[in-house]
Design a protein around this ligand. Structure first.
Ligand code: BG6
Length: 487
């Protein structure tokens, strides 16, 4: 059984309290932290949204949400104790005449009691809500605000949000969430790199041939098609999750794991990302949409059929990126992500260089590979060459040293939001994005979007559920005499 360090008493106010994120992630995460004894008895969880509802109805909504998220794990008697923490206030926080008194009556505003405002709403209303919080005097004491991704839809809108929110809350009170940073395996990237002396001497252009980052999803866009069509894979996944993974893999060792130390190193990586110009976009990127296909033998529609109209939004993207610094000169970083891929698998592959000379004659490969499975089947595999036992010639095989999480740890896997929510309460900013990080990532992504337009990079297709992206993504690596890693 893992040990949890309780946090101090706090209040959390969730704007969008009856929305999708609250239902799927936030309420179940808070329930789990409570069930593990991490949340003190006088803490409050307050849902806010426009729907007319009372505490009782909100508690019923939260119960269903938690039951859906953890069907085997919810005891009704325990729930009765937990639900006392839940409250609800119906209001439109963006209206100038909104009445904040009902909310204020529920809160305890004290210098040392964290008051968390979680904006699980569209980024368009981040600034109006923060302004209203400021006008109501709620940005006082130990208050802090959490912004869900995406912070904006491009550099200009991200800057406007950062300015507007920054006018009400100081930077150290703004928690920009990228839930990938709360995943166990993603945090383990830092431990793997910086708590083992084995890797650091090899972690550079001399020993590493290239790095691949794949985040493949098997589900389609489903009922998020409205949001997704205005976004696409580049904005929805690369701007945040994939670039954050890239930063953790590529950054210099931070001085400590506190506050800004990690964030400063990540910003340097983002600033060293080579812009992809229109001239290079056709060669170094691939964009695609899924066409109709099949998932587990069942036919599924293509993206355009789901949307019901024409669209130039990509559901898959592959990029050959470069980091212009001393450590990574001439080491390509291949990134790819897509919806409706063959299956759900996210991994980082560090491909080491071939041995400089082979004394064993022709063997398939003499290079090592470190594969970090982000999800599912979380773990780390280090591929080494070994001699296959037996006479009849020297046969060499590539086999992994396999460190599987499931085999080594018997704890329930906490959802990323559990860790991140408790970090917000504790005031630990190290797993959240700083303003400069978000803006540097948008700058690079904006450049690529412009390059796609300028060069008119074609929209390729792949069969939903049957292919890991379009053939062009494979060809992009083939041109470099490389292949995507397949387990
Ligand atoms: C979200 C994206 O940020 O991450 C979704 O908006 C995506 O489109 C999701 O499906 C993936 O998260 P996870 O944790 O399921 O890998």
């Amino acid at each position: 059984m893992a040990e949890f360090i309780p946090v101090g008493s706090f209040d959390i106010v969730i704007f969008g309290g009856t929305g999708d994120l609250a239902r799927r992630k936030l309420l179940p995460a808070l329930y789990h932290r409570w069930a593990d004894g991490q949340i003190p008895e006088d803490s409050r969880i307050i849902g806010i949204s426009r729907s007319e509802m009372d505490d009782k109805a909100f508690r019923a909504f939260a119960f269903e949400a938690c039951e859906e998220a953890t069907p085997d794990n919810l005891s009704k008697s325990e729930w009765k104790k937990f639900e006392k923490h839940l409250h609800y206030v119906a209001m439109d926080a963006t209206k100038p005449d909104a009445d904040w008194e009902e909310l204020k009556k529920l809160l305890t505003i004290q210098e040392d009691r964290p008051l968390v405002f979680y904006l699980a709403v569209t980024p368009k209303i981040y600034v109006p809500i923060c302004e209203a919080l400021g006008n109501a005097g709620l940005n006082a004491g130990a208050s802090r605000v959490v912004l869900e991704k995406p912070v904006g839809t491009d550099l200009a809108s991200a800057r406007a949000i950062n300015e507007g929110v920054g006018a009400v809350f100081a930077e150290e009170c703004i928690y920009r969430i990228d839930h990938y940073l709360g995943k166990e395996t993603v945090q383990n990237l830092m431990v793997l790199r910086f708590a083992n002396s084995l890797f650091e001497p090899l972690w550079n252009r001399t020993a590493i041939d290239h790095i691949q980052i794949t985040v493949a999803e098997h589900y389609g866009v489903g009922d998020r098609v409205g949001y997704y069509d205005g976004s696409g894979a580049l904005r929805d996944m690369v701007q945040n999750h994939l670039l954050q993974l890239l930063c953790l893999i590529a950054m210099e060792p931070p001085n400590s794991i506190d506050g800004d130390a990690i964030r400063i190193e990540k910003i340097k990586v983002l600033e060293a990302l080579r812009p992809i110009t229109a001239e290079k976009a056709g060669r170094n990127t691939v964009r695609a949409q899924y066409a109709k296909g099949a998932v587990q033998g069942e036919a599924v529609p293509g993206y355009l059929e789901e949307l019901g109209e024409k669209s130039g939004t990509e559901t898959f993207v592959a990029i050959k990126a470069a980091i212009d610094n001393w450590r990574w000169a001439r080491v390509p970083f291949y990134l790819r992500t897509g919806k409706r891929m063959k299956d759900r698998h996210s991994e980082i592959v560090v491909q080491f260089r071939e041995t400089p000379h082979s004394m064993f004659g022709r063997v398939e490969s003499q290079s090592n590979r470190l594969v970090i499975n982000v999800q599912p089947d979380e773990g780390v595999r280090l591929y080494l060459q070994i001699k296959e036992p037996g006479p009849g010639g020297l046969r060499i095989k590539s086999l992994p040293l396999n460190l599987s999480y499931a085999d080594n740890f018997l704890v329930r896997y906490p959802d990323a939001y559990e860790r991140l929510l408790m970090d917000v309460v504790r005031g630990n900013l190290s797993l959240f994005m700083r303003r400069e990080e978000v803006e540097a990532a948008w700058k690079w992504v904006d450049g690529l979007l412009e390059a796609w337009d300028e060069a008119d990079v074609p929209m390729e297709t792949y069969q939903a559920g049957l292919e890991d992206g379009p053939v062009e993504a494979r060809l992009m690596l083939r041109r470099d005499d490389r292949d995507w890693w397949e387990a």
